[in-house]
Design a protein around this ligand. Structure first.
Ligand SMILES: [Zn+2]
Length: 501
């Protein structure tokens, strides 16, 4: 039985969700909804990364003495945001949860048993804000962290190391045998070059300073970033706590990540899994970053838009539509309120919204409806492209295809001029076919839109009295004319009301 397991990165708990996080999470949500639509048991995971040492600092800065309390409050903010945005995640993992701790310990021990963990001297310039070591040449001319503009600490300590270098050949072989493991294709060369030229053993622990997961058997050290954070993908589906669930979901089918962490996910992560004797995920897909009105999203610029503010004006579905349509999946893009407002007007209010209200208004009070075949081929072809583009990780292209079919529908209305047929008593049969065909186009359209705009799709079904549509299988429902009972046409409020400036 096929299944689909998709993950987002776990988000740093001391950030606040901004539009960039929403974009990543909407993308994963759309893909997860698509897999549910085609009938695959689906697991969609997101969560928060909570063991970073800098959380102690952030808690203090926020005036909290109790770090756990601070983290609980911040993690709740993420969960509430995703709830308000209608994200359909099946689980939410927090890395301070017991199930995670147990899995991390088990994983460490498995890697240790493979002989891949050893003690070594680590020395480096460490920025606590970045949780990363810098080379002298990476710092600003004043010797500061380029991101945080603070002086990194010279850290020299004995740490545990992971023998990732041992897996170089195995990794290259895996990438060769699985050319779509690192995706999109544009990222693959970067990953291969990294493995070939820069794969060095990595330090995987730090001196314990009161926060983090202790190294099993050595409480003087805590497990550092990757050997803690990445393990969430395993622990959420039962690694270390529930073997049956784990066997059901692992390996993951898609890790959706930002392009800045694809190297870790395509080199370090598979090496860790090989060492622990676990199967490797099918794909790591890197989405691009976007700027806001051509500026990088940053705290100092104060342009880190809260997605919930946009949703107040435009609604969740319009924001989902805009982000997935406007930003090529896997590439970079730019966000601007003007373009969001523009797409809202042209594609949603005038496009989709108008198409739906036009047909509902024409059909209201008409008793006889017969589904004709005039739009059958158009929709049959649309479904083919729809599945093809989803399989190729091109959700933006899927939306283009759907809006193409809308155009065809509009053209059909203009050609058939049902308003004229309505006035002619001898054209009742012809009218029934035109309107029946158009109603069927709405039913098909709502199915097509479901992964992208779930609320809108449901409103369309509801206005036709087909609230139970989604209980059917797509295979059955996507057949042209597969209506189980006639529509009960009810006009509704506009799906995308015009916004007054
Ligand atoms: Zn920094």
């Amino acid at each position: 039985m096929r299944k689909f397991y998709i993950t987002t990165p776990i988000y740093y708990v001391n950030d606040r969700p901004h539009i960039g996080h929403a974009y990543a999470t909407f993308s994963a949500d759309t893909i997860a909804r698509y897999h549910r639509l085609i009938g695959e048991p689906t697991m969609f995971l997101t969560g928060t990364d909570e063991n970073a040492e800098k959380n102690v600092e952030s808690a203090t800065a926020a005036g909290e003495t109790d770090v756990q309390h601070y983290i609980d409050r911040m993690s709740a903010l993420w969960q509430v945001t995703w709830d308000e945005l209608g994200i359909s995640n099946d689980d939410f993992i927090r890395t301070t949860e017991e199930r995670h701790l147990r899995g991390v310990e088990k994983f460490w021990q498995a890697v240790e048993q493979s002989g891949d963990i050893y003690k070594g001297q680590y020395e480096g310039l460490y920025c606590i804000g970045c949780e990363a070591f810098y080379r002298e040449s990476d710092l600003t001319p004043e010797g500061l962290c380029p991101l945080h503009k603070r002086k990194p600490e010279l850290v020299k300590e004995e740490n545990y190391f992971f023998r990732v270098s041992k897996y170089k050949d195995a990794l290259l072989r895996y990438h060769n045998e699985h050319p779509t493991f690192a995706a999109p294709a544009s990222r693959r060369q970067e990953v291969l070059r990294y493995i070939t030229d820069h794969l060095e053993d990595v330090s995987i622990s730090r001196t314990a300073k009161g926060w983090g997961i202790p190294v099993p058997g050595d409480a003087s050290q805590v497990i550092y970033v990757w050997f803690d954070a990445l393990i969430n993908y395993l622990t959420a589906v039962g690694y270390g706590t529930d073997d049956e669930t784990f066997a059901k979901w692992w390996p993951a089918d898609m890790h959706l990540v930002g392009k800045d962490i694809i190297k870790f996910h395509c080199a370090l992560w598979p090496a860790m899994l090989l060492s622990a004797g676990l199967p490797l995920p099918a794909q790591v897909f890197a989405h691009g970053f976007f700027t806001i009105s051509e500026e990088k999203i940053s705290k100092s610029l104060g342009n880190a838009i809260d997605p919930r503010d946009l949703v107040e004006t435009y609604g969740v579905d319009a924001l989902r539509y805009f982000l997935l349509r406007e930003i090529p999946f896997g590439g970079d893009g730019d966000f601007s309120i003007e373009r969001l407002a523009g797409r809202y007007d042209s594609d949603l209010a005038s496009g989709l919204g108008n198409y739906v209200s036009r047909i509902l208004a024409l059909t209201k009070g008409v008793e006889m409806l017969t589904v004709g075949n005039d739009l059958k081929v158009v929709f049959d072809e649309t479904w083919k492209s729809y599945h093809r583009h989803f399989a190729a990780n091109e959700p933006g292209r899927v939306l283009e295809v759907i809006w193409q079919v809308l155009k065809e529908g509009d053209r059909y209305i203009d050609e058939c001029a049902p308003w004229a047929l309505k006035k002619d008593a001898e054209k009742t049969d012809e009218l029934a076919v035109v309107l029946g065909t158009l109603i069927e186009s709405l039913r098909q359209l709502a199915w097509l839109l479901t992964p992208f705009m779930p609320e809108t799709a449901m409103k369309i079904f509801t206005s036709l009295g087909w609230q139970d549509e989604l209980k059917r299988s797509l295979t059955e429902a996507s057949v042209w004319g597969a209506q189980t009972h006639g529509p009960v046409v009810a006009t509704t409020d506009p799906l995308f009301p015009r916004l007054t400036a």
